[in-house]
Design a protein around this ligand. Structure first.
Ligand code: PGA
Length: 250
């Protein structure tokens, strides 16, 4: 089912698998149209299926990552890139190790740097230098965060150090042995980086995301729900499974 609400294109797919296939299809079309695309990549549970589909498309010679540059949205801080919970590790294991992307052109905020401010400025600069992000992939947190832009966000920020919201720490504890092991900080692209992307895809699956999806589309644009800012972007596609779409299709 395809909807258009407030200028946002919304695809509602039957389940997580078909949502993942749809998103991989959009990404691969984008790459076919512009082989040197700059992708903004996300981590978390939601895009895992999309990455699996992209690997399959690559193995079937339907997509070629040869000339792709990528920038990840965020990384825990502090964290070593060899740590299994780092987003650097996630990207290698879920995508980069399985496709022909040039790893020298894949960028993830450095979770180990001593000089965070300098690293953030350089990250922004690298994004500007390659002409900005063509296609940004996003998940959404239960609290409405995109990247690690937590509620009460400053919409003006670019890449910056963030103190993680307690809800985010709770939500992400499932990946760690103990909740106390979840880093308390992260480095994240800011809302400004995200809003400057030429096209954005936001994905959500499962009933747990239904309310936040409803509110981000129908509610006011507010720093209390960071994803609500996407109402003001002119090229956003939201991909949902039926459960996540529950409150917008009734
Ligand atoms: P999830 O996280 O995909 O693991 O639900 C989304 C997010 O926090 O942005």
């Amino acid at each position: 089912m395809k909807l258009n609400i407030k200028g946002i294109t919304i695809f509602v797919e039957d389940d997580y698998l078909s949502m993942s296939k749809k998103s991989a299809e959009i990404v691969s079309h984008r790459i076919a149209n512009k082989p040197n695309s700059v992708l903004g990549l996300a981590t978390g549970s939601t895009p895992e299926g999309m990455y699996k589909e992209l690997i399959q498309l690559y193995l079937n010679k339907k997509v070629n990552f040869d000339n792709i540059t990528s920038f990840n949205l965020d990384e825990y801080y502090p964290i070593n890139k060899d740590n299994k919970n780092s987003y650097a590790y996630y990207m290698n294991s879920h995508l980069f190790n399985h496709v022909n992307i040039d790893k020298d052109k894949t960028f993830i905020p450095n979770g180990k740097t001593e000089n965070v401010d300098k690293m953030c400025k350089e990250y922004d600069q690298m994004i500007y230098d390659v002409g900005g992000i063509d296609l940004q992939i996003l998940g959404i947190g239960n609290n409405g965060h995109i990247g690690f832009n937590e509620p009460d966000v400053d919409f003006e920020l670019t890449t910056h150090l963030v103190k993680l919201d307690d809800k985010t720490i709770e939500a992400n504890a499932r990946f760690f042995a103990n909740i106390d092991d979840v880093p308390k900080f992260a480095v994240s692209m800011g809302i400004q980086n995200i809003m400057q992307s030429k096209k954005i895809i936001l994905m959500a699956s499962g009933e747990g995301k239904a309310k936040i999806i409803h509110d981000m589309i129908f509610g006011k644009v507010t720093p209390n729900l960071p994803a609500s800012i996407l109402q003001l972007h002119n090229n956003v596609t939201i991909l949902l499974d039926k459960k996540a779409a529950k409150l917008i299709i009734n």
